[in-house]
Write a protein that binds this ligand. Structure first.
Ligand code: 13P
Ligand code: ZN
Length: 275
């Protein structure tokens, strides 16, 4: 099968375009990765190169040895993915040590996988283990409202989770485990990857101060929907804060407890502090 005809690739391309349409991907901002199933790899096996060089990942992901990923290219624009997937995306294979990858398809005109590959792969490794292999998507975007909040809210998991839960009743149901916050760090390397993947042990969302957001999920719909929900909530909070006089009323800790009971989610008490 042609790689671009595969269902997972169609889903990947649609998500890249959806993110661009939302305004989350200025220039080359943001990146996306998908851990492919064995059947998906087999379905395009004939199109995959085996003779390309192994390249260091820049970190170690031993639990991902032998896995294949579809990833966006570094410096490539999300808006161009739908027009020319083979030039802007890559299928990569992880070697038996978990330290190197090779490009098996794509990046037709040259290039490398996203500079955030260490963060993507370390997040995949954590989520694969935590979900028994269910989670397959890691998504990084630059949504403006979420970024704006990192200039005014305390950079704590508690503040971001609670403030964003309060902005829309669906939020605690969509991200019950909460949101982690990474302080400002230099992007693109192992250090920020370690910090982010540590948060991913607990959360499906990690916000990078003054930079953007990472979301993890089972499939493209759930992961895009998670980013969309958090950013929508951030937009409401930006509007509320912009109106100046603060909240007159909001959802209270006991309301969240009642919601959790009815919607069968567990909301950690650390986010239900008295203000
Ligand atoms: P890449 O173009 O290397 O994917 O980087 C974009 C980005 O958002 C870095 O954080
Ligand atoms: Zn970024």
């Amino acid at each position: 099968m042609k790689v671009t005809d595969a269902k997972f690739m169609q889903g990947f391309i649609r998500m890249a375009d959806d993110g661009f349409q939302q305004g989350w991907h200025e220039r080359n901002g943001g990146n996306l990765s998908y851990r492919m199933t064995e059947e998906e790899v087999e379905s395009i096996r004939g199109e995959l190169k085996k003779d390309t060089a192994w390249i260091p990942i820049g970190t170690e992901v031993p639990d991902l040895r032998g896995e294949y990923f579809t990833v966006t290219g570094s410096g490539k624009y999300m808006r161009n993915v739908i027009l020319d997937p083979e030039a802007n995306l890559a299928v990569i294979e992880i070697d038996e040590t978990g330290k190197n990858y090779r490009i098996c398809w794509g990046l037709r005109d040259g290039g490398r996988p996203t500079s955030e590959l260490p963060s993507h792969l370390m997040n995949h490794e954590v989520k694969k283990k935590a979900t028994g292999g269910k989670y397959r998507v890691i998504y990084h975007a630059h949504p403006a409202n979420t970024i704006a909040l990192t200039f005014v809210l305390p950079l704590t998991d508690e503040a971001f989770t609670r403030e964003l839960w309060e902005m829309a009743t669906e939020c605690p149901v969509v991200f019950p485990s909460g949101i982690g916050v990474v302080p400002w760090m230099v992007p693109g390397g192992r250090e920020i990857a370690v910090a982010t993947s540590k948060l991913m042990e607990q959360y499906d969302v990690a916000i990078w101060a003054h930079h953007g957001m990472f979301c993890a999920g089972e499939d493209f719909d759930l992961t895009f929907g998670l980013m969309h929900t958090v950013e929508k909530s951030a937009e409401i909070l930006v509007k509320v804060l912009s109106m100046g006089s603060g909240k007159r009323q909001t959802i209270q800790p006991d309301d969240f407890r009642r919601l959790a009971k009815d919607f069968h989610v567990t909301l950690p008490e650390k986010f239900l502090y008295e203000k």
